[in-house]
Structure formats: C-alpha cells, structure tokens
Design a protein around this ligand. Structure first.
Ligand SMILES: Cc1cn([C@H]2C[C@H](O)[C@@H](COP(=O)(O)OP(=O)(O)O[C@H]3O[C@@H](C)C(=O)[C@@H](O)[C@H]3O)O2)c(=O)[nH]c1=O
Length: 193
C-alpha cells in the first residue's frame, strides 16, 4: 500500500500530500518523506535543505521565491496551524497567476508540495506554529525574492476574519516587497539590457 496519497489541486503540478498515520496506544508514527514512495506517486524530487520556522499568530511570511535557482518545497506543520499559499508564476503555465491556499496543521498532518516556479507564503492561525519544509535547491540570500502579500492582482483571500486576526505581522523585508506587476516590469526591463 502506498504510504502517501497525492491529491490534485486546481493548480497544475501543485499537490496536497497525505501521509499514512500509524496510531497505537503510544501515540503515532508516520513517514514524512520517502524518496522511493514519492517516485511511485509520480513525484521525482531531490531535496537538499530542510528548514524549520516558528511563528506567532498573525505572522505572515511571504510571498517568497528564489530566482535564479528556484526552490521546490514540501511544507508541513508539526505544531499549530497555518494557511499555506502557493501562487503559480510560471509564465507558460495554464494556471499562471492562480493561487491556492490550504490549512496545514498538527492534526490533519497534510503537506503541500510546491514545485519550482511558485510564490510561497503562509499566515499563522494558531498561537504558535512550527513549520518544517524541505527544499530542492539551496537558499541564496542574493537571489531571495518576493511579492507583496496583498498584491491587488493576485487577490489572495487570507482568512484573517475567520481566525480573529486583526493585525498582520510582517518582517521589514516583507513589508517592502514589490507588487507582481512591478516585478514583471522590472524583469522585462532587465531583459532589455
Ligand atoms: C529562508 C532562509 C533564511 N535564512 C536566514 C536569512 C535571514 O537572516 C533569516 C530569516 O530569513 P527570512 O526572513 O527570509 O525568513 P522567512 O521569511 O521565513 O523566509 C521563508 O519564507 C517562506 C514562506 C518560504 O517559502 C521560504 O523559502 C523562505 O523564503 O534566516 C537562511 O539562513 N537560510 C534560509 O534558507
């Protein structure tokens, strides 16, 4: 029996992954990554880095990407809950500019597999959330990029009201990110040089 269930999303190549949970009187056990099993469900991935971040309620990290050296990510939550968002920014994709959001939490133990060429960000819904994610490329500070979380074209519906969040907490860097339009314009201008 397959250890992981791959669930389609409305976005091409973006998948929800459900691990098999083995519960008994001690607690539970699950495999959170298995290269062979992922290959068997059609995900041929090579990860090179594991990250762990902790955020308090209302913290929004994002929307991030790396260019060049894009990173595919396998995201999960081991404490608390987040609203995890991926945006397809592959210009040749049929789902270009579409976003998808999902609650990942310590109870549903769901993971989101975000391929390369996406923006990624999340909003912390619980008092604290510990997020673990694997990446297919190393982090390079000089290639770290982002788009503002409330971009008027992407129109992401962050569930602030539903979770009683009245103030979004951002890093200095994330509060100054460009809009998607500004980013596309900058990219075009750079191509001309
Ligand atoms: C992401 C990252 C950061 N850092 C350092 C840089 C900085 O001093 C400190 C905090 O970095 P940031 O503020 O960029 O961290 P954060 O805002 O959590 O950035 C992350 O957000 C989520 C949504 C993602 O998808 C990730 O890929 C990454 O972009 O950690 C690393 O050393 N390695 C890394 O892989």
């Amino acid at each position: 029996m397959a250890k992981f269930k791959k669930i389609e999303t409305p976005i091409k190549d973006l998948f929800i992954i459900e691990p098999t949970i083995f519960e008994d009187n001690r607690g539970f056990f699950m495999e959170s990554w298995n290269e062979k099993e992922f290959n068997e469900i059609g995900l041929k991935i090579k990860f090179v880095q594991d990250n762990h971040s902790r955020s308090k309620k209302g913290v929004l990290r994002g929307l991030h990407f790396q260019e060049p050296y894009p990173q595919g990510k396998l995201v999960r939550v081991i404490r608390g809950a987040i609203f995890d968002v991926a945006v397809d920014i592959r210009e040749d994709s049929p789902t270009f500019k579409k976003w998808f959001g999902i609650v990942l939490d310590e109870h549903n133990r769901r993971m989101l597999y975000i391929p390369e060429g996406f923006l990624h960000g999340f909003l912390t819904l619980s008092e604290w959330a510990d997020v673990l994610y694997k990446t297919t490329e190393y982090y390079y500070k000089e290639y770290d990029r982002g788009i503002i979380w409330n971009d008027p074209d992407l129109k992401i519906e962050w569930p602030f009201e539903e979770y009683g969040i009245d103030k979004v907490i951002l890093s200095e860097k994330d509060s100054q990110l460009p809009t998607f339009k500004q980013w596309l314009k900058m990219k075009k201008e750079r191509r001309k040089l």
